[in-house]
Design a binder for this molecule. Structure first.
Ligand SMILES: CSC[C@H]1O[C@H](OP(=O)(O)O)[C@H](O)[C@@H]1O
Length: 394
């Protein structure tokens, strides 16, 4: 994908930018590795987020200057996607440290408050809390300093960003191997269905589930992708379809309601749909997986049609404190998201609305969880625990 969804804007660039407002994002070939030095005589640093609410029709960046601005951008889904939310929050802590450096004051309480504001931005994606814990460790390691550790915090945010891309590339290889091993006798490739957006827009690059799809297509073992619209935010039609069209990966968009028909037809077709490949926002210790609303229903339908279910997520998405998915906090969003679409009213204002934006797929409906440390087949407490144990020992 050619655009950079999350980009640190250095003081030098801020000094040279003509307009101090959102602008057109640079191409991915632009070096986004920030200069961590800080010069208080220069303009403030900023975080540029590609405003995903405007895609695919418009590509514009939103520029943020502090943690509260980044938290609002996460809540308003300017940036979304479990890993991307964590990356943006990490940069938000570094931004706040820069501001405190210039303004002075009790940096530890101000930075702690900034972490709390970011932690309150969205409740389900555990990557957000994992990233903030990483930043809090850096803060604690510099507790005796008179100034916030801006350079160390920015370096940690960059590490989190770059590590996510590395993890995605490793997961993509593992996931493609699982698909290749699943091909039936006489089949050289198959098709897959995906839900929501799990691509470069939701991560540090390449993607989780969509990263597996990208790599499997490049290896010639994936023929076509079935993209679910994914209401009410249309991440499938607005974001996943956009990423796939950009890269000319064969894809077909459909309403979620067509999923069973597509699976039924695909199961009967040579080299048809053989996998439902999705991301995750929080995975419990037994493999129960919270993901975009509709995933649970799709997994049940896949099972009914003999189609396998693959969840793709880095270890930062696992929450070992939860024995099962029963206690995963499920975000519910504003009723207006269902009563309106594209600025037009599509339901009576008086209708009651139920708008949970995630659900939990029981591990029994998942055939494989793909992580950067390997694959868990038929996940349960034992197999997930064994993977997490192996990963911790590395
Ligand atoms: C790479 S995981 C992305 C994950 O996040 C999405 O939710 P949202 O767009 O509301 O942040 C969805 O659950 C995806 O699977």
């Amino acid at each position: 994908m050619s655009l950079v969804p999350i980009r640190w804007v250095s003081q030098q660039e801020c000094a040279s930018r003509e307009e101090d407002t959102a602008g057109t994002p640079p191409d991915a070939s632009t070096d986004v590795t920030p200069d961590v030095t800080s010069d208080v005589t220069q303009p403030a640093v900023k975080l540029a987020l590609l405003d995903q609410r405007l895609l695919p029709g418009e590509t514009r960046e939103v520029l943020l200057e502090d943690a509260r601005g980044v938290a609002t951008a996460i809540t308003d889904m300017v940036v979304r996607g479990a890993p991307a939310i964590g990356i943006a929050a990490a940069y938000g802590v570094a931004l706040e440290a820069f501001v405190i450096n210039r303004e002075g004051g009790d940096w530890q309480s101000r930075l702690a408050s900034a972490c709390d504001v970011l932690a309150a931005s969205r409740p389900t994606a555990v990557n957000l809390f994992w990233a903030l814990d990483r930043m809090r460790k850096v803060i604690a390691a510099h507790a005796t300093r008179s100034q916030p550790p801006y350079e160390a915090l920015l370096k940690e945010a960059v590490r989190i960003h770059e590590q996510d891309l590395d993890d995605n590339l490793r997961m993509a290889e593992f996931g493609a191997q699982v698909i290749a091993a699943s091909l039936a006798q006489g089949e050289t490739r198959c098709e897959a269905m995906t839900h929501c957006n799990t691509g470069a827009l939701a991560t540090g690059g390449h993607g989780t589930a969509l990263g597996v799809i990208r790599t499997a297509y490049a290896q010639g073992i994936l023929g076509r992708v079935h993209v679910n619209e994914t209401r009410p935010w249309w991440q499938g039609s607005r974001l996943t379809a956009w990423e796939l069209v950009q890269e000319k990966i064969p894809a077909r968009l459909a309403v979620e309601g067509a999923a069973s028909l597509i699976m039924q037809q695909g199961a009967r077709t040579p080299e048809g749909v053989r996998w439902l490949i999705v991301g995750a926002d929080r995975i419990a210790a037994n493999g129960d997986t919270a993901n975009k609303i509709g995933t649970f229903s799709l997994a049940v339908q896949a099972r009914a049609h003999g189609i396998k279910v693959m969840v793709v997520a880095p270890l930062a998405t696992f929450d070992g404190t939860l024995a099962s998915g029963a206690d995963i906090p499920i975000e519910t969003r504003d009723a207006a998201e269902l009563r309106e679409a594209g600025g037009r009213q599509i339901a009576p204002q008086d209708i009651d609305v139920f708008n949970p934006v995630f659900d939990v797929t029981p591990h029994e409906y998942i055939d494989a969880i793909v992580t950067e440390h390997g694959v868990v087949e038929s996940p349960d407490s034992d197999s997930v625990g064994a993977l997490l144990g192996r990963a911790m020992r590395r």
